[in-house]
Each structure stands twice: as structure tokens, then as C-alpha cells.
Design a protein around this ligand. Structure first.
Ligand code: ATP
Ligand code: MG
Length: 425
């Protein structure tokens, strides 16, 4: 099955808003084995919408249209849809009732705007919008399946998942069944990932691999298509996934919706460890990522940005002499920062970052990109600390990003090793 996506809105074609709906829809369509063929954006012009629709149904079996279903006069998608299919616009009592309920809940009197939004092409079926007013609708026309849904990304996602996908799965006979998994990797370059998996044997007819660098990570997608059944596709996928994981080892930190911070959060929770961070070059990025997970207060105690030498001394208790002898960017200072933040916060783990993000400040023996990460931890009654020197490449933004990612990776590695020790004992 071939799919096509049309997004409607003047803001999309004049550089004001980036179309983020299409990537989401494309991914969802692929999960059902519908292969996206074209993505088109058009302005709020009736002729442009009609033109895009007619082209889309000429090429694809499934067409998803977002935007222009609202109550304002520039929302003309319904009219364009009706016109291009040769249908009349009809008032949908079901849609009207839903819209009126919504307005009431917001304390607004339903007016002509409500009726406007309840106009849909004759023969179309309403797709209720559980999170907004404008409903979506579905039409089948000459064997093609068209879905019209609101443009607001939050509403689009809910309607896509709860309204559109079930209809596609029900109404459209599927000839292809697919299963997909994305493995998330950190610490290997794209070519290292390729080297590691290149000898893995798999059915190249039905299995496709995708290598996707998403800085600073690498993602490897495995997509399986068969014409037998979903269960078959899943079985093949499980098998390939296992081989890929064997080949890549613990460089794979997660899959699909996982992020490194989510994985770290799960580990901290399951091992009941608490953490505090002292950051220099990452300026709070590490703390931001550790706290963007709901429930992070269970394990995150504090994060301090100690940017100046003076703050490293006064807030973390780093010995002045270490800074004058070895420099603020050194293993010695990174370790003292990690020990310091662990001590003052009373956590199980203390992590620190210090480095040169550039573009200035580099020297011959410590060029831009020199970064030290340290981790202090309880070690049988005493506190031990580890650190490592990295030489990262890239601009300031990249060096700061990869440093915060590496900080998270250190926490993940430490907690995984902990698990192993526990298993051995
Ligand atoms: P509404 O009932 O809110 O008017 P609508 O279907 O008319 O819904 P639009 O008016 O086209 O939707 O867009 C609503 C909001 O969603 C706007 O802020 C718009 O910028 C945003 N939006 C629309 N389409 C997209 C898209 N493809 N990608 C990202 N944002 C979008
Ligand atoms: Mg609108």
C-alpha cells in the first residue's frame, strides 16, 4: 500500500512553521505497512489543496491531510475536499454535538463558528477529536482512503493513533505486514556500527536495515516486511534484533522510545541510587537531562554549575592547589569535583564534567574538545572515584552536547557494572 501526506497552512510554506506532522504520520503509516510516497505542503488556497488532493489520490491508496479544519475563514480544507471529490458539504449533527460540548466546557457560547466546523463532505465519516474542537473525517473515494485531521500537532497525534490507524487496520485489506525496531547506540561511530553488524546474516529480501546518525547517537532501524502475517514479521524481527544486539554488545543503550536519560532513570530507580552532578563546560545540560524525566526527584538530589575556579573551590571544596598545579580542566580537578558534589549532597553517586568547549581557550596539550568526566561512588565503606579524558570534535554546541551524553553514559555504565557485581556475589 502506498501512502501520501498533505499538510495545509500558509505558515508551512512561508518559513514560519516547520512541518512536524508529516514525519510523525509517515512513521505511523510505516508501522502498518503503508509506504509513504510523497509529502506535500500547500498554503490555505482552495485550488492548491484541491490540486494536491487530486495528485495524491492519483498516486496513493491512503492519503492523510492535516490542517485547515479550524473555525476561521482561512480553514478551507473541508470545502476543497468536497469540491475535488465532487461532493456537497453537509452539516454533520454528530460533529456539531461534539463541537458544542467542547465550547460549553470552555465556557464559550457555540455560534456560527461551531456550525462551520461541523461541515464535512457528503458520505464522510466523522473521526471524533478527544482533545480539541475540530473533528477529523474519513472518506473512501474510488477505492482510495482519505483522512482529514486537524493541524495542531498535539491533536493530530491523538487522532492519528486513536482514530486513523484503527480505521486503516480495519478497512483496508493488508497485503504487507511489517514490524520495526530501532536500536539506540552511543559510543560508536556510524562506520563502527556498520563494521560490527556487517557480518550478521539475515533475509535481505524481507529485512531492511537503516543507519541513522542522530548526534551524538547512532540509531539502527530494523524493518521487516512479509506477506504472511504480523506474527511472522515479529518473529523475524526478534531474531534479527537478537543477532544485532549480540554484535553490538552494550553499546546499545535502548530501543524505540528510549532516551539515554530514561534508561539511566530506570537504572537509578531500580537500584535505588541517588545522584548529584557538578558541571563546568556542560553548564547544566546534564542536570537538565536527568530532571526532564517525571519522578526524577526520587533519585536526583542537586546539580551545581561551578563554572569559575572560585566556585569549584568554595562550593565543592576543590583544593586550590589542584587547580593551580593541573588546571581546571584536568583529571585531578574533575575527580575532586565529583567527590565534592557527592560529599555535600550525601548521594550515592557524584558526577562531574570539566572541559574546553571552545572555540577559544584551547592549547597544544589541551586542545578544544578536551573533556574530563569523573564519577565518585561508594566502594565498601570508602569513596572511590574514576575519571577519563576525552578528545571530542566539533563546535561548542556539539562538544557540550556529547559531554552531557557521555556523563549520562558514565552513570549507565556504572549502574550496569553494579548489577553485574551484585549478580556475581
Ligand atoms: P484548529 O482547529 O486549531 O484551527 P486546524 O486544523 O485548522 O486546527 P491549523 O489552523 O492549520 O489547524 O493549525 C493549527 C496550529 O497547528 C498552528 O499553530 C499551526 O502552525 C500548527 N500546525 C499546523 N500544521 C502543522 C504541521 N504540519 N506541522 C507543525 N505544526 C503545524
Ligand atoms: Mg486553523
Amino acid at each position: 500500500l502506498r501512502g501520501e501526506i498533505v499538510t495545509v497552512g500558509n505558515e508551512l510554506i512561508c518559513g514560519l512553521v516547520t512541518d512536524t506532522n508529516s514525519p510523525y504520520i509517515a512513521e505511523r503509516l510505516m508501522s502498518l505497512g503503508v509506504e509513504p510516497l510523497f509529502i506535500t505542503s500547500v498554503g490555505d488556497d482552495e485550488w492548491a489543496i484541491e490540486d494536491a488532493l487530486l495528485r495524491a489520490i492519483g498516486r496513493a491508496e491512503v492519503v492523510i491531510v492535516t490542517g485547515g479544519l479550524g473555525p476561521t475563514p482561512d480553514d478551507i480544507t473541508s470545502r476543497a475536499a468536497a469540491k475535488s471529490m465532487g461532493k456537497r458539504l453537509m452539516l454533520s449533527p454528530e460533529a456539531l454535538e461534539h463541537i458544542k460540548k467542547r465550547y460549553k466546557r470552555w465556557g464559550i457560547n457555540p455560534d456560527s463558528r461551531a456550525e462551520r466546523q461541523a461541515l464535512i463532505p457528503q458520505g464522510a465519516r466523522i473521526i471524533i477529536n478527544p482533545v480539541g474542537t475540530a473533528p477529523g473525517f474519513y472518506m473512501s473515494h474510488k477505492g482510495k482512503h482519505l483522512f482529514f485531521i486537524p493541524g495542531v500537532p498535539k491533536e493530530m497525534k491523538v487522532i492519528m493513533d486513536q482514530g486513523v490507524l484503527p480505521i486503516i487496520a480495519d478497512e483496508i485489506p493488508q497485503d504487507v505486514f511489517s514490524a520495526r525496531k530501532v536500536l539506540k547506540i552511543f559510543g560508536l561511530t556510524e562506520s563502527q556500527v556498520y563494521e560490527k553488524v556487517k557480518d550478521v546474516r539475515y533475509d535481505t529480501e524481507r529485512v531492511k536495515l537503516g543507519f541513522l546518525p542522530v548526534f551524538p547517537e547512532n540509531h539502527l532501524s530494523v524493518t521487516v516486511r512479509t506477506n504472511s502475517s504480523v506474527a511472522d514479521a515479529q518473529k523475524i524481527l526478534d531474531h534479527v534484533e537478537e543477532s544485532m544486539r549480540d554484535a553490538l554488545g552494550d553499546a546499545v543503550f535502548g530501543e524505540d522510545e528510549d532516551t539515554l536519560e530514561k534508561v539511566v532513570a530506570r537504572l537509578l530507580k531500580s537500584k535505588e541510587k541517588t545522584i548529584a552532578v557538578a558541571e563546568s563546560l556542560t553548564g547544566g545540560l546534564l542536570a537538565e537531562r536527568l530532571t526532564n524525566i517525571p519522578g526524577s526527584s526520587n533519585y536526583f538530589e542537586r546539580g551545581i554549575v561551578t563554572y569559575s575556579d572560585e566556585s569549584k573551590v568554595s562550593l565543592l571544596g576543590v583544593d586550590k592547589k589542584l587547580i593551580s598545579d593541573f588546571g581546571a580542566v584536568s583529571a585531578q580537578v574533575a575527580e575532586a569535583m565529583a567527590i565534592g558534589i557527592k560529599r555535600i549532597s550525601g548521594t550515592d553517586i557524584g558526577v562531574s564534567t570539566t572541559g574546553i568547549a571552545g572555540p577559544g581557550g584551547g592549547s597544544d596539550n589541551k586542545p578544544v574538545g578536551t573533556v574530563f568526566i569523573a564519577l565518585a561512588y561508594d566502594d565498601g565503606g570508602k569513596v572511590s572515584v574514576r575519571s577519563h579524558r576525552y578528545g571530542f570534535f566539533g563546535d561548542r554546541d556539539r562538544i557540550r552536547q556529547i559531554s552531557s551524553e557521555m556523563g549520562l553514559e558514565w552513570i549507565r555504565r556504572y549502574l550496569m557494572d553494579e548489577g553485574e557485581k551484585e549478580n556475581v556475589n
